[in-house]
Every structure is written in structure tokens, then in C-alpha cells.
Design a protein around this ligand. Structure first.
Ligand SMILES: NCCCNCCCCCS
Ligand SMILES: [Zn+2]
Length: 344
């Protein structure tokens, strides 16, 4: 199992997140990276390599150029207004507005590009997001050249980032950037299996009209769970992509037995689609102790998750997404990778 990590993923050190009507320390904190590295080391994954720099082209193959430029300039624009706090959206083009133009003011541009108010932009955000997608692309390169499995310790995560939208702690969609690069390298179809507790709305949006990426997600029912407005079972893809989006929304409180039963259905869908690569959006916020999620997987269930994912029998790239029980995140991630090796 090749492990790819960059210390620059910790460059984003946001101080605030709007949560429950208060500004609190962000759940998606840089300490997650250190805890995952410690857990991996403890489990025997001691060979950790740094990524190569892959530049902006792979990002622009997935994301809108104006959006990327917004992410690069937002913090400086915000600070130029003399603002002391971090850049947080507070107004959006709502359902009752045409919203056809992108405002020039940074507040209007934040509202145009932000999914929600949970993700502040601060110094180091763009730099960390660039490092995170480099981690994903270098881990992918290992899988494509060596066939062996790889884990990209991506941070910030990516699966909530759409073509021109950030949020849910995500800025560049690392899994989408990797899938696009894999297709450009000659593969004909890639599966992205999102096992994070939260629906990968960004990944779905990016590929919903395409049949060369099969997007499959198992997640908390959006009727009661973030991102709330996407991730229903009747979202199946559009046009050429019809049938290549598969959502399995599950009720809060779902435990291992049901979750694994659904995983087998997801694997069957992937098998019948003739995919040549499996990218796993690995969020471990399905953990029973996760502070902002509502499934009930135990630590050992992540071993079983890894074993079952190996059973898909595909070249596999794991990319880090969510997981906010910081004390246990390292063990939970290491368990998935250990289980995968056991099942291979
Ligand atoms: N009350 C917690 C705020 C949740 N904010 C969105 C959750 C994003 C999860 C990313 S995997
Ligand atoms: Zn999540």
C-alpha cells in the first residue's frame, strides 16, 4: 500500500466555522493529518512518500477557471477590505433571485461560489488545496504504473466541491481530479465509491452527465443529513450519464449489518459497469463516535470495510475525505487499509 502525504496539506489553519449559530474551531482541523499518520505508522504503514507537483492543469480539467481564480484571490480580496474575521459567505443567489451575474464584491462572489457557511476561506487555503490534489494525483500515478493500491492523505477533503462550488470543508474535488486524470491516461471507465457519511454532492455534480465515471455513494439520508439538497436514490445521472450515478441514502443510526449489505449492492453495480479503476472517497465519519455524523460503525468494522473493498478485485486508490473523531481517525483509516491488504 503506497502512502502519499504532504505537510503542506496542513497550511490551511482556519480558526472559525459557523456551527450551531456560533463561530467554533473547525471540525476539519490540521491535526487530523498527524493523527492519521500516527495511526498508519502504528499499523505498520511506515513508507510514506511526498507527492510531485502536478500544477493547475489537472484542476482546470475538472473545475471552472473563474472559480479557481476566485479561490486563489478571495482571501487577499477579503483582507483588502480590512476585515478581521475569516472569509465566510453570508448571502446567496436564493431560489427567488435570477442570480445570472457574478457580483464584483467579494461578499457576492463568496455567495456565488459557496455551498454553505460552514467553510471559511483563510490564509493557506489555496496552498493546502493544491497540495491535497497533488497527493491524490501522485497516489493515482502509483496505482496506474504499479497496479498496487495507494492511499492519498488528502486534506482539505474534496467530495463536496463541485465544478464551481466549495463547501463542506472542500475546495478541489481530489477524487474527480484523479478520475479525470486516469481517463486521460487511457482508461475507459472509472468507479468512484464514496463511503463518507455525507453524500458526495460535488463528485456527483461533476460527472452526472457522463458515463465514463460511475459515481456510487452510501450516505446519510439528505432529508436529515448534510448536504440536505442532493443525494436521493432517484438521482441516477442525466443524458449519457443516466444510470451512472447510484445513491444509497440510509437513515441515521444505520449500523454495520445494513451498511455492509448496501456495500455489496454497490460493489455489484461497480462490477457490472466494467470499471478499470476503483477510487474510494474514504471518509471515516461513518464511525459511531463521529461528532457531526450519525451512522454507527465500530472501529473494527473498518477492517471489514477494507476486506470487502479488496473483494471488488480492482486496482484501488483510496483518497481521504471526512472523519472528525480526531482521536480515533488514525486507527479507523489504518483499519481500512489493513483490512484491504488482508482481503487482497
Ligand atoms: N454541524 C456541523 C456542520 C457540518 N458541516 C458540513 C459537514 C461537512 C462534512 C464533510 S465530509
Ligand atoms: Zn463527511
Amino acid at each position: 500500500m503506497r502512502i502519499v502525504h504532504s505537510e503542506t496539506t496542513k497550511a490551511r489553519r482556519a480558526r472559525t466555522e459557523l456551527d450551531g449559530g456560533q463561530l467554533v474551531p473547525p471540525w476539519e482541523c490540521p491535526e487530523r493529518v498527524d493523527m492519521i499518520l500516527a495511526g498508519l505508522r502504528q499499523a505498520g504503514f511506515t513508507e510514506v512518500v511526498a507527492p510531485a507537483e502536478h500544477g493547475l492543469a489537472p484542476v482546470l480539467a475538472v473545475h471552472d477557471a473563474y472559480y479557481v481564480e476566485f479561490l486563489a484571490s478571495c482571501w487577499d480580496d477579503w483582507r483588502a477590505l480590512g476585515r478581521e474575521g475569516e472569509a465566510i459567505a453570508w448571502i446567496w443567489p436564493t431560489r427567488t433571485m435570477p442570480g445570472r451575474r457574478i457580483p464584483r464584491c467579494v461578499d457576492g462572489r463568496l455567495g456565488h461560489y459557496a455551498l454553505g457557511a460552514d467553510t471559511a476561506i483563510c490564509a493557506g487555503t489555496f496552498e493546502a488545496a493544491m497540495a491535497s490534489k497533488d497527493v491524490a494525483l501522485s497516489a493515482l500515478a502509483h496505482v496506474l504504473t504499479d497496479g498496487g493500491p495507494a492511499f492519498g492523505l488528502c486534506r482539505p477533503p474534496g467530495h463536496h466541491a463541485a465544478v464551481d462550488q466549495f463547501g463542506g470543508y472542500c475546495f478541489f474535488n481530489n477524487a474527480a481530479v484523479a478520475a479525470q486524470r486516469a481517463l486521460e491516461s487511457g482508461l475507459s471507465r472509472v468507479a468512484i465509491l464514496d463511503v463518507d457519511f455525507h453524500h458526495g454532492n460535488g463528485t456527483q455534480q461533476i460527472f452526472e452527465a457522463r458515463s465514463d465515471v460511475l459515481f456510487v455513494s452510501i450516505h446519510g439520508d439528505p432529508m436529515t443529513c448534510f448536504p440536505y439538497f442532493m443525494g436521493h436514490a432517484d438521482e441516477v445521472g442525466e443524458g449519457d450519464g443516466a444510470g451512472y450515478t447510484v445513491n444509497y441514502p440510509l437513515p441515521e443510526g444505520t449500523g454495520a449489518e445494513v451498511w455492509f449489505h448496501v456495500l455489496e449492492a454497490a460493489k455489484a453495480r461497480i462490477a457490472e459497469a466494467g470499471c478499470e479503476l476503483l477510487i474510494v472517497s474514504l471518509g471515516v465519519d461513518t464511525f459511531e463516535g463521529d461528532p457531526i455524523s450519525a451512522f454507527r460503525l465500530a472501529g473494527d468494522d473498518f477492517l471489514e470495510m477494507g476486506r470487502r473493498l479488496a473483494g471488488a478485485g480492482l486496482p484501488t486508490l483510496f483518497l481521504m475525505e471526512g472523519g472528525y473523531a480526531v482521536a480515533e481517525i488514525g486507527t479507523n483509516v489504518a483499519n481500512v487499509l489493513t483490512g484491504f491488504e488482508q482481503g487482497s
